[in-house]
Write a protein that binds this ligand. Structure first.
Ligand code: 13P
Length: 337
């Protein structure tokens, strides 16, 4: 694979319906996932789990990039092969989460957050590049509740995303910009649409102000859905229509790929939504996936931290990766499950 420019890297990641495996859980988040199967979150267990995922047969052909956490980028498999090499052997590209998580915005009493991590980012990017990273991720979080999000919070987060993207592109890696409007709450799909639309508008304005090369950028947004505890849940087709409409109105056509986060949707629902969008079609970018939970959950459950379950767990990941590739081509149906 000789990919020389950030435009080529971004295009490769989403080529032919491929998507991204988000395996960049911070150690505390990985701890929560492991708690659900009664496994201790030790460095060795995290390594074994990620090694199992990256050796799954279904990575090749279905996954164009894998996002890692700092620890994982430096880890070696049990046989001494760097985990990054396992990913490259599957013809996928290693990426790295570079943000440093959330702080309250603007003060401790606030329900809003601002993402940290710009200090020292240039230096860290240089090291990540030398360790083999081809793309990076920064997640901004926008919360919906009675009086939020505020315009100030949206602006501060989108400005930080643009400054991050600039530093990353200066270091010859693709920035994946993730403005996540959280599903948490009882809000309607219309409210999610309004907030997502405002957030994306502000994001692309800030990216333009920073003179970001859009052809060498990937967008990782939420889908437009009802809140997780809304009384009325919008059906699959409505989610697909509203999401495509929102993206068409706000995302420049030269962007190569949009890869959704799953945000707490079940694995099947996330796949069904992605498929329904691609069946609508007629948009200029690839619409694909960058799922964490919706790709890993069945595999994590099958694994249970036990060696004898590794093959089964790898099959579970391979299956989800294939299902989502089909969905990214609008060629999935429930019967394949
Ligand atoms: P989920 O798909 O589980 O939301 O994770 C994606 C991710 O990378 C969140 O930042």
């Amino acid at each position: 694979m000789s990919l020389n420019t950030i435009e080529e890297i971004a295009e490769f990641i989403v080529s032919d319906g491929k998507g991204i495996l988000a395996a960049d859980e911070s150690n505390p988040t990985c701890g929560k996932r492991f708690d659900s199967i009664g496994v201790d979150s030790t460095e060795a267990n995290r390594r074994d789990y990620r090694e199992m995922l990256f050796r799954s047969r279904g990575i090749q052909d279905n996954i164009g990039g894998v996002i890692l956490f700092d620890e994982t980028l430096r880890q070696k498999a049990q046989d001494g092969t760097p985990l990054v090499e396992l990913i490259k052997n599957q013809e996928a590209l290693p990426g790295i989460k570079v943000d440093k998580g959330l702080a309250s915005f603007p003060n401790e009493s606030s329900e809003e957050s601002i993402t940290q991590g710009l200090d020292g980012l240039d230096k860290r990017c240089k090291e990540y590049f030398s360790l083999g990273a081809k793309f990076t991720k920064w997640r901004a979080v926008i919360n919906i509740s009675d009086n939020i999000p505020t315009d100030e919070c949206i602006h501060a987060n989108m400005e930080a995303l643009a400054r991050y993207a600039k530093i990353v592109q200066n270091n010859n890696m693709v920035p994946m910009v993730e403005p996540e409007v959280l599903m948490d709450g009882d809000h309607s799909i219309e409210k999610c649409y309004e907030v997502t639309s405002k957030t994306l508008k502000e994001l692309f304005k800030c990216l333009q102000d920073e003179d970001i090369n859009i052809r060498g950028t990937i967008l990782k947004p939420n889908m437009v859905t009802s809140g997780s505890i809304a009384a009325h849940k919008a059906p699959i087709e409505e989610v697909a229509e509203m999401t495509v409409k929102c993206l068409k109105e706000n995302v420049p056509s030269e962007l190569p790929g949009i890869t959704f986060l799953s945000g707490g949707q079940s694995d099947l629902t996330a796949t069904a939504h992605l498929d329904a969008m691609n069946k609508i079609g007629s948009f200029p970018w690839k619409l694909s996936f960058s799922f964490g939970r919706a790709l890993q959950q069945p595999s994590l459950k099958a694994w249970q931290g036990k060696k004898e379950n590794v093959s089964l767990a790898q099959e579970a990941l391979s299956h989800r990766a294939l299902m989502n590739k089909l969905a990214a081509n609008g060629a999935w149906n429930k019967g394949f499950e």
